[in-house]
Every structure is written in structure tokens, then in C-alpha cells.
Design a protein around this ligand. Structure first.
Ligand code: NDP
Length: 384
């Protein structure tokens, strides 16, 4: 029986993790669950999964809790304590944004397996995350479906035999929209993802393809592959979750109907597999599989993120923070969809890049980019 801490248990990946735990109650039990502010949803989860610890990261503990074995705590330190809970063998990091980095570092330093959905951890602090795993004896397994696919394709393949990684992208809701209409899209338009049902931030990132850039950077750190050997291709059906080409020209792909439950399960069981009941792939029902090049004129945030990855240092953290701020502003109706990429470009243009040696380097870049992006969006008349 493995103890599992779920950071961000009340979110979309949290729901997939709960489904996995439900199917395997004799293999996994929840030891810690966390939410940001949604105490109501966390209460329901606690009533079902009976963890030892429940954490509200940024709101008070509710005053009218029923008696039970669960200790309730609030605040940032409590979140870090959930990430390092002594009974947790595996920590699922399903937090959104750069806020996930410190819990990832803490869990890896404590020797945990981190099932990483929070791609921003690697984007912002890739070198620190790898170092924390090396020193603490922790281990990273990817939850992102693309990286789970690559991990599965790499099984039995030597690193030197890999020619390139090909990440697939659905292309989001605006893949085929006339370019002139994209300037006026609303948050509701952008939240209507064609193939995946996810939290709002990653759904907007999928519409701009910033998400694919974040995933390219994530793949670079996870698999130790250079940016010149990582590509992305649009695959609107989201059936092939990614591919690996080997030096002999073979291309390995991992497939299935879109669900995050299978990647979550694999991140928990890797390198083993457990039986699982989910909608099974039927090639006939699945229909034709098509592919298109990424159109960087349509998706400038993708190109910007790729450039930030190549630049290295704190540039990816700046890319991520600018994107987080601009996405929040777009969702709040305070800037247009194209302003997301414009704000990112402005921040990256003005940032004097430097190395990532310490967490403070990342936090300084992140803080600067948040301020710079807010200033940029406040000053830009067309976005207001
Ligand atoms: P959601 O928005 O659905 O859930 C986020 C969870 O994290 C919630 O439990 C939320 O709590 C909590 N949370 C948010 N911000 C903070 C914070 N600052 N401090 C502490 N807790 C916080 O997100 P998703 O589940 O969609 O995504 C989670 C991560 O997984 C992201 O990095 C995303 O890119 C990645 N991912 C998601 C996929 C998906 O299918 N959803 C697919 C692949 C990757 P509360 O409910 O209280 O707000």
C-alpha cells in the first residue's frame, strides 16, 4: 500500500487522481490533500478519502468541521508539510503555476516520488528540480499525457538511440478560426477546449499553445534532450499523445482516447502497470488521425516559449510568470487574447537573463515578470 499526497486535490488533475485511488483502494491511500481556497470541495474529498492531513493553502481552516482523524491546517508551511508528509511515498503535484515549484523541491529533497502535473516546476526551476532529486534521492514521474507517452515510448530504448521527441498538440479551439476573428475571442470561447476537460489556466494555455512551449521545456529537463531535438506537431484528435523517433528511423507512439487518469496511474506505478477500467481505444471508432505543422503566426506564444527555453537561465521563469499574469487578466476580461503573447514578448525583451543557481534567482525573475506584465497590460490601451 502506497501513501499518496495530492497537492491541488480539488482541481481537474485532482479529480483524475481521486478516480485512480477509487479503482485501487488496496494499492493507494490518500495521506494528505490540499486546496488553495476551496474548503467546500476539500471537505468532500476528506469525507471520502480520510487523509491524515488536509491543507487550505490560502484561506482559514473552516470552523465547523465534523470530528474525524484528519488534521486540518492552513498556510504555505502546511502545504510544504503535505509535500513532505512522512507517510507519503508519492506526491502528486497538481498545483497551478510557479506556486508548485517549492513543494516539488521539498518533496524531492525528502526523497519522495513526485508525480508531476505541475509542469511550471520544471519550467521555472528545472536545474534546481533535477539537483533536488539527485541530492534527496527523490524521483520525478510525469503526469502530463505527452511526457507520460514519451516515458512509455522510451522504455527499453537507450538515451543515445533517441533521435527526437515529437510532442502532439490538439491546436485548441482556434486552430481553424480566421486570424482576424482571434483578436475578439472571449474567455468563454477560449475555455471551450475541443478534446480535453481541464482547469481554466491550462485550457487558455492550450488555446495560445503556450502550454506546448511549457511542455517542450518540461521535456527538455525530464528527458535530457536538447531543444533542437524536440518538436511539436498539431494533432487535433488528441489520440497520439506523443512520439519518439530513434536513430534507425523507427517512430514509437503512445495512443488512447484522451483521459488524464491513465497518465496519473502510470506516474504512480511506473515502471509497472496496474489494470484499469477506462474507455478503451477503438481505432475504427477513433477515426482518422491527422497532423499539421504548428503555425507560429497564429500561436506566437509557442514560439516565444520555445525561444525562452533555448535562452535558458531565468528566461523560462519570466515566460511562465508573464503568461500566468496575462492569462489571469484575460480570464478576468481585462485584456484581449492576443495581448497574452504581446505581454510575454515585452517581458522577455526587457529581461536581462541570468543563470538559475538558487531558488532566489527564480523568485526574483518571477516577481519582476509579474510586475512588468501588470505594468505592460495597464499601459496598453487596446488591452484595457
Ligand atoms: P485546476 O485549476 O483544475 O486545479 C488546481 C489545483 O491547485 C486546485 O486544487 C487549486 O485549489 C490548487 N491551487 C491553485 N493555485 C494554488 C496556489 N497558488 N497554491 C496552492 N494551491 C493552489 O488545475 P489543473 O488540475 O487543470 O492543472 C494542475 C496542473 O496540472 C497545471 O500545472 C496544469 O498545467 C497541469 N496539467 C493539467 C492537465 C489537466 O488535464 N487538467 C493536463 C496536464 C497537465 P482550489 O480548488 O482551492 O482553487
Amino acid at each position: 500500500m502506497k501513501g499518496v499526497a495530492i497537492l491541488g486535490a480539488t482541481g481537474s488533475i485532482g479529480a483524475s487522481a481521486r478516480a485512480v485511488l477509487r479503482q485501487h483502494p488496496n494499492r493507494f491511500h490518500a495521506v494528505a490533500l490540499t486546496a488553495h481556497r476551496n474548503a467546500g470541495a476539500l471537505r468532500e474529498l476528506v469525507a471520502e478519502l480520510h487523509p491524515s492531513l488536509a491543507v487550505i493553502a490560502d484561506a482559514p481552516v473552516p470552523g465547523d468541521l465534523p470530528p474525524g482523524r484528519t488534521e486540518w491546517r492552513s498556510g504555505r508551511q502546511a502545504l510544504l508539510d503535505a509535500a513532505t508528509h512522512p507517510d507519503a511515498d508519492i506526491v502528486i503535484n497538481a498545483l497551478v503555476g510557479a506556486a508548485g515549484l517549492e513543494p516539488t523541491l521539498a518533496a524531492l529533497r525528502a526523497g519522495k516520488r513526485v508525480a508531476l502535473a505541475n509542469k511550471e516546476s520544471l519550467v521555472c526551476g528545472g536545474p534546481l528540480v533535477l539537483e533536488a532529486a539527485r541530492r534527496g534521492g527523490g524521483e520525478l514521474t510525469p503526469v502530463d499525457s505527452e511526457h507520460s507517452a514519451i516515458l512509455q515510448c522510451l522504455s527499453g530504448t537507450r538515451a543515445e538511440d533517441v533521435r527526437r521527441l515529437v510532442l502532439t498538440a490538439s491546436g485548441g479551439p482556434f486552430r481553424a478560426w480566421p486570424l482576424e476573428r482571434i483578436g475578439a475571442v472571449t474567455p468563454a470561447d477560449a475555455l471551450r477546449h475541443p478534446t480535453w476537460n481541464m482547469g481554466s489556466k491550462v485550457t487558455i494555455d492550450s488555446a495560445t499553445l503556450a502550454n506546448k512551449a511549457l511542455e517542450v521545456i518540461e521535456a527538455h529537463f525530464l528527458f535530457g534532450v536538447g531543444y533542437d531535438r524536440i518538436e511539436a506537431v498539431v494533432h487535433p484528435q488528441s489520440i497520439i499523445h506523443s512520439m519518439v523517433e530513434t536513430v534507425d528511423g523507427s517512430v514509437l507512439a503512445q495512443m488512447g482516447f484522451p483521459t488524464m487518469e491513465i497518465p496519473v496511474l502510470y506516474a504512480l506505478t511506473y515502471p509497472e502497470r496496474l489494470p484499469y477500467e477506462a474507455r478503451r481505444y477503438d481505432p475504427v471508432a477513433g477515426g482518422p488521425l491527422t497532423f499539421e505543422a504548428v503555425d507560429t503566426a497564429r500561436f506566437p506564444a509557442f514560439a516565444l516559449g520555445f525561444q525562452a527555453g533555448r535562452a535558458g537561465g531565468t528566461a523560462p521563469a519570466v515566460f511562465n510568470a508573464a503568461n500566468e499574469v496575462a492569462v489571469a487578466e484575460f480570464l478576468a476580461g481585462r485584456c484581449t487574447f492576443p495581448c497574452i503573447a504581446e505581454a510575454i514578448a515585452d517581458a522577455l525583451d526587457r529581461w536581462p537573463n541570468g543563470p538559475v543557481d538558487t531558488l532566489d534567482d527564480v523568485l526574483a525573475a518571477d516577481g519582476w515578470a509579474r510586475r512588468a506584465t501588470n505594468d505592460f497590460l495597464n499601459q496598453l490601451a487596446p488591452c484595457s
